[in-house]
Every structure is written in structure tokens, then in C-alpha cells.
Write a protein that binds this ligand. Structure first.
Ligand code: ADP
Ligand code: MG
Length: 575
């Protein structure tokens, strides 16, 4: 919690102003009971109507000033807390944008979403309440006690007995509440996760008739969070009655001893009224303070989760003195690369060595789960290798800036991702300043011209969220166009032709050949027809290379390759 306070620093002037206003407000508020007491003792008891009006008017004036000050300070504290939340949200987003995929795997997407939204809202509320009440409560409590002692010192001893009781209650309840609050946030993550999965996988849920199952899953998570919240709220709810009870007993005691004093003529009625007012005020603010304690305990659970994100250091960092600032050639060299996902028992890639040269097509083939995508993802440094090294232009990719590295790469990931916006916007994602001509050309090479032009608005047609209004193959072609428009030195196609029919696949690859003649191409595929005329085919099997060569050589030397080929091509085609 305290670590996040640095985000309040830019607003210290506003905070000081708000606190100053609150301070004046409190001083004025503390005068009111005394004035009321004097109206009773002097005005009413003495039958002095003029005095009643004069003092009453003064009270009214003070009350209006107090209201005005309250409005201004509430306005300020709202603005401060909103700005505070905005800054932390921005900071988290900035941090997350620099995460490597490893960190995403660690925290989980749905938790990241809860942390950036709900957790920050918790903090924002506590900051707002603190600004409004934190400063007030102790000051009013102390001020009221001082005024009470000033009115009648002996009577004030009662407060000293009651205060510890209240504080103890607050302490016990908050202590029990914190772990529960933490678990509420975790349950919220879970709820989010189920919701996200359902929304994204809506087609699968419908197709497999899992609606009831999913309803049940959601209901369970929903119940779970509800029960915990009710439990914690019940606990918190005992606090208020306890404090009210203590307050009322205190007032009974005050009236009891006060009346004895008045009987003896040692105290006036108005003084007693003022005294009761001060006691109520101090107790009321102690109750408010206890509310804040609850909120702080809830927010501190959230603060820990936010700090976890802010403190997480990405494994993948830019070097201080990069060896090169621009990739010129694009030769990719894997040297004995071994890599495992964190938490996995077996490495996903073992001892991978090969070289992919510019102007050549390097194809990677292998069964599902053989590590093809993993290999591709190592090249833009989504993950860092465990041992061995990946060199581009002879320089280790860890010795260049990520921006320089990624600028040279046109990646078409396995699952095509499109963003909400027009087709042109999506292609431009590859290159900010792409001209209409560039975009048209890229779309033509990617064999997407036909369907793009047949859409009503052509390049300006809107892609819906998640690209749901284009087919899988169309999506793939648009993400290929997005990579092409960059004209990079290195192209990585991760199973990017899988949803294309054979004819389009062949046409696309032949158009690509002329277009990217100078570049290094790595094409991942499950289809033999896609890789058959590559300059070099790498066969992956369970994370290891079991053969490198051209089609004819591999047929002779590599069993795994022969099996893949014979499962897809007829005897004549193989011969
Ligand atoms: P391919 O692309 O050849 O189908 P992948 O490279 O995607 O295979 O996966 C290789 C292996 O690594 C698989 O066994 C898979 O379970 C594992 N794997 C892939 N991604 C992750 C990840 N983010 N975390 C842990 N394991 C992963
Ligand atoms: Mg894959």
C-alpha cells in the first residue's frame, strides 16, 4: 500500500488544499455545540430572545460555510483519487506491454484484467474516503475530546473507558477481514476467467451443448464469491452495532452523572447538551474511521496484487550497449538451442541447430506439439532460450534492442489476430506510414484482393471485434498482408496457410517467392505440399530435429518425414 503512495505525489498541492479546507471546517464544526449550549444556558434560561437570534444566526452562517468548504473538499478529493487511479492504470498497462510471454503465463490474462480494473477501483475508493474522512476523523475526535474535557474534565473520564473497547473491536474485525478480502479478489479472477472463456469460446460451448455445464460452472464461481463476500460483510456488520451500543451506553452514563452534577449546581443544562454532542461526534468519527480501516484492509489486498504486477521484472531486457542497431542481412542461425516453458518437465526444444539464409525458404514440418510454434516464437524473443543461442547476422539476438530485432521481422502467428477497425487499419498495423499503394500490393500478394474488393467498402470495410466477420482463411490472408506490408528482412509464417485451399496456397507461395526474393523465409506447415519445394526442410519430432535437407534427401534419410509424406501423398506423387 505505502509503495503506491508515490502515485499521489503529483497531487500534493491539491491534497494540502483539501486538507486545509477540512481543517478549517473542523474548527468551525467544533464551535457549533458550544454555541448551542450557550443558547440554552443564556438565551433560553435567561429569556433573551435577541441573544437566541444572534447566536442562532451565527450558527447558521458557520453551517453554510462548513457546507461550502465540504463541497470544495469533496470535489478535490474525487479528482485526486480519479487521477491517482488513472496514473496507476497507465503504469500497469505500460509495464504489461513490456512483459515477455513468460510473465503473461505467470499471472494469467484474466487476473491481469481484474488487477487493472477492479483492484485499482478499490484503491481509488480508499484514497477518496481517506482524503475525506481520514484527515477529519482523528482531528474531530481529538478536538471533541479536548472540548469535552474543557466542558467537564471529570465527566470526560467516561470516554477514556469506552475508547479502548471500540478500538479493540475494530482491530479484531479488520485482522480477520484481510485474508477474506484477498480471497475475494482471487475469486473475482476466477469468475472473470470463466466469463472470458465463455465469451471467446461461445461457438464451442453451443456446438457441444455445454450450455448447462457452463451455467453450472459460472454459478459455482458466482456463489463462491457471493458467500465469501457475505461472510466478510457479516463480520463487518457487527462492528457498527457494537460501536453504536458503546455510544449509547456512554450517553446514558453521561446523562446519569451529568444530571447529578446539574442537581448539585456544578453544571448547566446547555453544557451537558454540548458535552453529549461532543461525545456523539467523537464516537461517530471513530465509527467512520473503522469503516476506513475496513476499506484499507480490502485495498491492501488489492495493493499487493497491483504491486506484484508493477514489481515484476520482464526476463527479457534490452542490452545497455547493443551490438547492432539494424539488421541488414537476415541470416538466422540456431546454435544448440534448448528451451523449456517455465514449469514444464521436458524441454519443448532440444539442441536445435540450423541456419536459414536470405533468399531461401526454410520449411519446418512436424506433428502437433512437436515445438514448431515454440521455435518460431524464440526468434522475435517472446521467450529467451535456456542454453545455446540464436544469431541474426551473426549477432546474438539478446545483444540487440528488441525494437531493432522485431522491426526486421514479419510474423504471421499461428492463430491470426485482427483488431477492430477497417481492413486498411489492420494492414497498416504492420507499417504506420503504409500508402494505399503499399496496402493494395500486400493484399494482392496475399491473395486477398478478391474477397476484399468484393466487400462493400473494399479496404475500408470494418473488421468486427476478434475478426468474426471474415472467414478463417480470409483472416490468415489479411495477417499475411499485414506482415508483407512491412517488407521485412525476415518472414516467419507459423502454419499460416492451413486454412487456405491447395490452389490458393500454391498461388500465394508463388507470388510470395518473387516478392520476398531477398528475405529469409521460415514457413511452418503440417502440409507436405506446402514444404515440398523449400530449399531446406527441417523435420521436428518431440522438440528435436530428426532431419534437415530437401524433400528427396529426407525421403531417404528421415523416417518421421517419410511417414508424414506417405500419410498425405499417394505413391505416384511421392515418386
Ligand atoms: P506445435 O506448434 O509444433 O504444434 P508448440 O510449439 O505449440 O507445438 O508446442 C510444443 C510443446 O510446448 C507442446 O508440448 C506444448 O504443450 C508446450 N507448450 C506450448 N506453449 C506453451 C506454454 N505457453 N506454456 C507451457 N507449455 C507450452
Ligand atoms: Mg504450432
Amino acid at each position: 500500500m505505502s509503495k503506491l503512495l508515490k502515485f499521489l505525489k503529483p497531487y500534493r498541492v491539491a491534497i494540502l488544499t483539501a486538507s486545509g479546507l477540512i481543517f478549517i471546517q473542523i474548527i468551525l464544526e467544533l464551535l457549533l455545540p458550544t454555541l448551542m449550549g450557550s443558547i440554552i444556558d443564556i438565551g433560553v434560561a435567561g429569556g433573551d430572545t435577541a441573544y437566541i437570534f444572534k447566536t442562532g444566526g451565527l450558527m447558521m452562517l458557520i453551517a453554510s460555510i462548513v457546507i461550502l468548504l465540504a463541497i470544495i473538499s469533496i470535489y478535490l478529493s474525487s479528482r485526486i483519487s480519479m487521477a491517482f487511479a488513472r496514473d496507476i492504470r497507465g503504469e500497469i498497462f505500460k509495464k504489461v506491454e513490456n512483459f515477455s510471454l513468460n510473465e503473461f503465463d505467470k499471472i494469467g490474462t484474466s487476473s491481469l484484467i481484474t488487477r487493472t480494473t477492479n483492484d485499482i477501483t478499490q484503491l481509488q475508493q480508499v484514497v477518496m474516503m481517506s482524503l475525506r474522512i481520514m484527515a477529519r476523523a482523528p482531528m474531530i475526535t481529538i478536538g471533541s475530546i479536548i472540548m469535552a474535557v474543557y466542558k467537564n474534565a471529570r465527566l470526560s473520564l467516561i470516554i477514556i473507558f469506552v475508547l479502548p473497547v471500540i478500538m479493540l473491536t475494530v482491530l479484531i474485525v479488520t485482522k480477520k477481514g484481510v485474508p477474506l478480502f484477498r480471497s475475494i479478489q482471487i475469486k473475482l479472477d476466477k469468475l472473470n476467467q470463466i466469463l472470458r472463456e465463455n465469451l471467446m469460446g461461445v461457438r464451442v460451448v453451443r456446438a457441444f451443448n455445454r450450455i448447462d455445464y457452463e451455467k453450472e460452472r459460472f454459478r459455482e464461481a458466482n456463489e463462491d464469491i457471493t458467500n465469501t463476500t457475505i461472510k466478510v460483510n457479516k463480520m463487518m456488520a457487527t462492528m457498527m452495532p457494537a460501536i453504536t451500543l458503546a455510544l449509547n451506553f456512554t450517553i446514558i452514563a453521561v446523562i446519569w452523572y451529568g444530571s447529578i452534577n446539574i442537581d448539585r449546581g456544578a453544571m448547566q443544562v446547555g453544557d451537558l447538551m454540548a458535552f453529549i454532542q461532543y461525545v456523539i461526534q467523537s464516537m461517530f468519527y471513530i465509527a467512520m474511521l473503522s469503516m476506513i480501516f475496513i476499506m484499507i484492509s480490502r485495498a491492501s489486498a488489492s495493493a499487493t496484487r497491483i504491486n506484484e504486477v508493477l514489481d515484476m521484472e520482464s526476463d527479457i531486457k534490452d542490452p545497455e550497449n547493443p551490438d547492432i542497431t539494424e539488421i541488414k542481412d537476415g541470416t538466422i542461425q540456431f546454435k544448440n538451442v534448448t528451451f523449456s516453458y517455465s514449469g514444464a518437465e521436458e524441454p519443448a526444444l532440444k539442441n536445435i541447430s540450423f541456419t536459414a539464409k536470405p533468399g531461401e525458404v526454410t520449411a519446418i514440418i512436424g506433428g502437433t506439439g512437436s515445438g514448431k510454434s515454440t521455435l518460431i516464437n524464440l526468434i522475435p524473443r517472446f521467450y529467451d532460450v535456456d542454453s545455446g543461442s540464436i544469431l541474426i547476422d551473426g549477432i546474438d539476438i539478446r545483444k540487440m534492442k528488441q525494437k531493432a530485432l522485431r522491426d526486421a521481422i514479419g510474423l504471421v502467428p499461428q492463430g491470426s489476430v485482427l483488431f477492430t477497425g477497417t481492413i486498411a487499419d489492420n494492414i497498416k498495423y504492420g507499417k504506420d506510414f503504409a500508402t494505399g499503394e503499399d496496402i493494395g500490393h500486400a493484399i494482392e500478394i496475399a491473395q486477398a484482393e478478391g474477397f476484399v474488393l468484393s466487400m462493400k467498402k473494399g479496404f475500408d470495410s470494418i473488421i468486427a471485434q476478434g475478426g468474426t466477420n471474415v472467414s478463417g482463411g480470409q483472416k490468415q490472408r489479411l495477417s499475411i498482408a499485414r506482415a508483407l506490408v512491412r517488407k521485412p528482412k525476415i518472414y516467419l509464417f507459423d502454419d499460416s496457410f492451413s486454412a487456405l485451399d491447395f490452389k490458393t496456397d500454391a498461388k500465394l507461395r508463388s507470388a510470395l517467392k518473387d516478392e520476398v526474393a531477398e528475405s529469409t523465409l521460415i514457413i511452418v506447415s503440417q502440409r507436405v505440399s506446402t514444404v515440398i519445394d523449400a530449399d531446406q526442410i527441417i523435420v521436428l519430432d518431440r522438440g528435436a530435429i530428426c532431419g534437415i535437407g530437401v524433400h528427396r534427401e529426407l525421403l531417404k534419410t528421415c523416417n518421421v518425414y517419410r511417414e508424414i509424406v506417405s500419410s498425405q501423398l499417394s505413391e505416384e506423387e511421392i515418386a
